[in-house]
Design a protein around this ligand. Sequence first.
Ligand code: 7PJ
Length: 284
Amino acid sequence: MKNYVQCGRFRLPLTGADARPLVMGILNVTPDSFSDGGQRLTLDQILDYAEAMILAGVDIIDIGGESTRPGCVPVPLDVELQRVMPVIYALQECGKPLSIDTYKPEVMREAQLAGIDMINDIQGFRAPGAIDAVASGDCGLCVMHMQNTPQTMQQQPDYQDTVSEVTDFFSDRLSAMEQAGIDKNRLVLDVGFGFGKSLAHNIALLKNQHYFVRHFGLPLLAGLSRKSMLGAITDKPVDQRLAGSLAAALAAVATGAQIIRVHDVAETVDALKVWNAVYPAPEC
Ligand code: 7PJ
C-alpha cells in the first residue's frame, strides 16, 4: 500500500497518525444533476456551497460540469469549460485540494493550467489524448471503471465475472499510464458504482474492494452517495437517501476505500470520525 497520494499541491496521507478516510465533496456545476440539479446556478451560490463544505470538514472538492446520470446527454466542450473554469479559479486559494470530474482531455489541460490538484475521470483516461493530457503533471488521477457510456450503461449491464473484468480493466489502464511515465503515487482506483452495474454487480464490487487494494497496491475512491442502488435497497427516493448513503460510506471504508465521494459532507465527516475512532488507519 502507498503511504500517500500525490494530489498536485497536496500530499494526502494514507498511512500513519495523520491518515483517516477522506471525504470528497461533490460540487455540481450543472443545471441537470440528478440529486440537486438546478438549485445552484450563480457563481456566488456555488462558492457559498463550497464554503459550507469546507466548514463541514471536506478534504477534496470535486467540481463537475457535466452530469453523468444514466441517460443524460453529453455537454459540449465549451459549455463544460464555461461552467467549471470560473469555479476552479475562484476556489484556487481555498486551502483544499480541488478535483475536476471530467473525461475530456481539453478540460483536463485547462484545469491543470488553472492549478487543479486531481483529475477524476469516469472513463478511466480512455478518451484519445487523455493520458497525454495528464502525463507530465503531478495532480492526482482517479481511474474509474464504467461499462459502456452514461447514455447506455444501465440498459443491460452484463458481466461473466464482475470482479475479474474490472480487474482486467484496471490492469489495462494502469499499464497504459505506466508506459506514459505516470508515477503510481498519483493514482487512485474506483470501481465505479452504478456505472454499467446492476445491484448485484455493485454489491459484488463493494464486497471485494480489499481485493483491488491488495492486487494493485493503490488506494480506492468510492462514490455511492444517493445512488440508485441505495434506492433499490431502501426503497427511498433520492432526497431520502442520507441514512443509506452514510451506511454505504462506512461499508465502503470497511471494505477498503480511503476516499469517499459524497453530497452530504457534514454528516459523512461525522460518521467517518466515529468510524476512525474505532478503526484508525494502519501505522504503515
Ligand atoms: C462518480 C464519479 C463515482 C467517481 C460521479 C453521481 C454520478 N466519480 N462521478 N466515482 N459518480 N470517481 O455522483 O452519482 O462514483 S457522477
